[in-house]
Design a protein around this ligand. Structure first.
Ligand code: HEC
Length: 186
């Protein structure tokens, strides 16, 4: 059984083999992971709102499709941290939650917000340090492309690019996905 040590907020929860010594995530890792997730999120939001203004939701879909992975790859090429977005109900199957991170993701599903802020979990899993932060669904602009009532032209454009789309039907406050930052443990 894999040993997972999770620090959620101020609490520390240890699961797995009790005989093994627990390893908490390095606070310096959590700090730099937070910064990287912030940068990625801010850049994505800027690109998305510019695209929504310039080309509308239909055009913005292809911007998301090309910009989101490219930005993640670019930000992950600078150091030893890699950033991405993951979701169980994903639009792009490349963004699936890796099996070994499922327990962490479940924590966010149970409680997307904690003390009014996106829930953060951090753990050392195997040889890797892992940081995950909830991406709660918002009404605007998210619902135009992930909500319960998507305009037909937007829906058609989504289906054309993502035939296996599972990322609609979300309500504000639901867990839409998570920011994921990982580092190979020293
Ligand atoms: C213009 C339509 C559009 C809007 C608005 C939009 N998204 Fe998305 N979203 C997409 C597309 C397209 C993808 C797939 C990107 C890719 O191929 O990696 C995506 C992917 C995601 C993913 C990655 C996981 C997955 O499902 O593949 C998350 C998380 C996400 N969106 C959250 C949000 C949130 C939160 C908002 C509101 C702040 C939002 N999105 C607004 C179109 C949109």
């Amino acid at each position: 059984m894999k040993r997972i040590v999770m620090a959620t907020g101020l609490g520390l929860l240890a699961t797995g083999c009790a005989s093994e010594q627990a390893r908490s995530p390095d606070p310096a890792f959590v700090q730099s992971a937070t910064q990287l997730a912030d940068t990625y999120q801010a850049n994505l939001q800027a690109e998305l709102s510019a695209a929504m203004k310039q080309v509308g939701p239909v055009g913005a879909i292809s911007v998301c499709q090309s910009v989101a992975p490219a930005l993640a790859a670019d930000l992950s090429s600078n150091g030893d941290l890699a950033v991405s977005r993951v979701a169980r109900r994903n639009r792009n199957p490349d963004n699936a939650v890796p099996a070994e991170l499922d327990a962490l993701y479940q924590q966010l599903e149970r409680e997307p917000l904690r003390d009014g802020k996106p829930h953060v979990v951090a753990a050392t899993i195997g040889q890797r340090e892992v940081f995950m932060r909830a991406l709660p669904m918002k009404d605007q602009p998210c619902s135009q492309c992930h909500g319960t009532n998507i305009a037909p032209d937007v829906k058609a454009a989504i289906d054309a690019s993502y035939p296996d789309d599972r990322a609609t039907g979300f309500a504000a406050g639901d867990l839409r996905g998570a920011m994921l930052v990982m580092r190979a443990a020293p």
